[in-house]
Design a protein around this ligand. Structure first.
Ligand code: UTP
Length: 229
C-alpha cells in the first residue's frame, strides 16, 4: 500500500523542547517494519514546541504571519531530519521543499520524510495533499492523543472520543476564529480536511505514544478515530 504518516511534533519534542531520542527511534523501527512489508511510505513531520516557541517570540517582536509560517516550515524540516537520522539508509536523505521534490523522492521507493512546504497552512495539509498526489491508500495522523474528541481531552475531562467522524462533524469541531494563524491550529485545519473530503482519503487519527499503533492501523485494527464519508 501507499501510506502517508503524519507525525505530530509532540511525539518528537517534549513540552520543554527536549528532543525525544528514544521515542523517535521506536517510531523509526515501526516505519521500517512497514517498509519491509513492502509498503511505500511518506512521512510528514510537524513543528512541535520548537516551532511554537519561535513563532510566539517572532510574533511578539512584530514579524508578519507569513514570516512566522516560514520559521515553522524551517523547524518542521529540522524535525524531519531527526526521523531521517533514525531511518538511516532506507530513507531519502533530504526533506523535500516542494511537492515536485516530494514526488521525485517518492519515485525512488525510499521512505520520504518532509516537513512544511508553503506558508498559510499546516503540515496536516501537506500530508493530505501528498496523500492525494501519490494516491495513498491511507493517511495516518499520529499525535499524543488517541483519536478525535468532542473537545481537547487534556483540558476537558468530559470530552468524548469519536470512533468515526464525518467531515461535516469535523468542520464544526475545528471552526475556531484564529485557527489559521501561524502555529495556532490545534487538531487539524480546514485545508487538510477539504483535501481529504474532495478525494475521499481514508484517514485515521491514532496515538503514537505506542508507535506499534502505526503498524496496527495499517493491518486494519480498529483503533483511534477514522473519517467516514
Ligand atoms: P504544524 O502546524 O504542522 O506543526 O507546523 P504543529 O503546530 O507543531 O503541529 P503538530 O502537532 O506538530 O502536528 C508549524 C507551523 O509551521 C507553519 C505554520 O505556521 C504552522 O502552524 N507551516 C507548516 C506552514 O506555514 N506551512 C506548512 O506547509 C507547514
Amino acid at each position: 500500500m501507499k501510506l502517508v504518516v503524519k507525525i505530530g511534533g509532540s511525539l518528537l519534542l517534549d513540552k520543554e523542547g527536549n528532543i525525544k531520542v528514544a521515542e523517535i527511534r521506536e517510531i523509526a523501527k515501526n516505519i521500517e517494519l512497514l517498509l519491509k512489508e513492502g509498503h511505500e511510505i511518506v512521512i510528514v513531520v510537524g513543528g512541535g514546541t520548537e516551532a511554537r516557541k519561535y513563532i510566539t517570540a517572532m510574533r511578539a517582536l512584530g514579524a508578519s504571519e507569513g514570516y512566522c509560517d516560514d520559521i515553522g516550515i524551517r523547524i518542521s524540516r529540522c524535525n524531519a531530519r531527526l526521523l531521517i537520522s533514525a531511518l538511516k539508509g532506507l530513507v531519502h536523505p533530504i526533506p523535500p521543499r516542494t511537492f515536485e521534490e516530494a514526488l521525485q523522492a517518492f519515485s525512488t521507493r525510499r521512505i520520504v520524510v518532509l516537513g512544511g512546504l508553503i506558508p498559510g497552512q499546516s503540515t496536516n495539509a501537506v500530508a493530505a495533499i501528498v496523500a492525494e498526489l501519490i494516491g495513498a491508500n491511507i493517511l495516518i495522523n499520529v499525535t499524543d492523543v488517541d483519536g478525535v474528541y468532542t473537545d481537547d481531552p487534556y483540558k476537558n475531562p468530559d470530552a468524548k472520543k469519536f470512533d468515526e467522524i464525518t467531515t461535516t462533524q469535523f468542520y464544526e469541531l475545528i471552526n475556531k476564529p484564529d485557527a489559521n494563524n501561524a502555529g495556532k491550529y490545534e487538531l487539524f485545519d480546514f485545508l487538510a480536511l477539504k483535501i481529504i473530503e474532495r478525494s475521499k482519503i481514508y484517514t485515521h487519527f491514532i496515538s503514537g505514544k505506542n508507535p506499534e499503533n502505526i503498524v496496527k492501523v495499517v493491518k486494519g485494527e480498529k483503533i483511534g478515530t477514522r473519517i467516514v464519508f
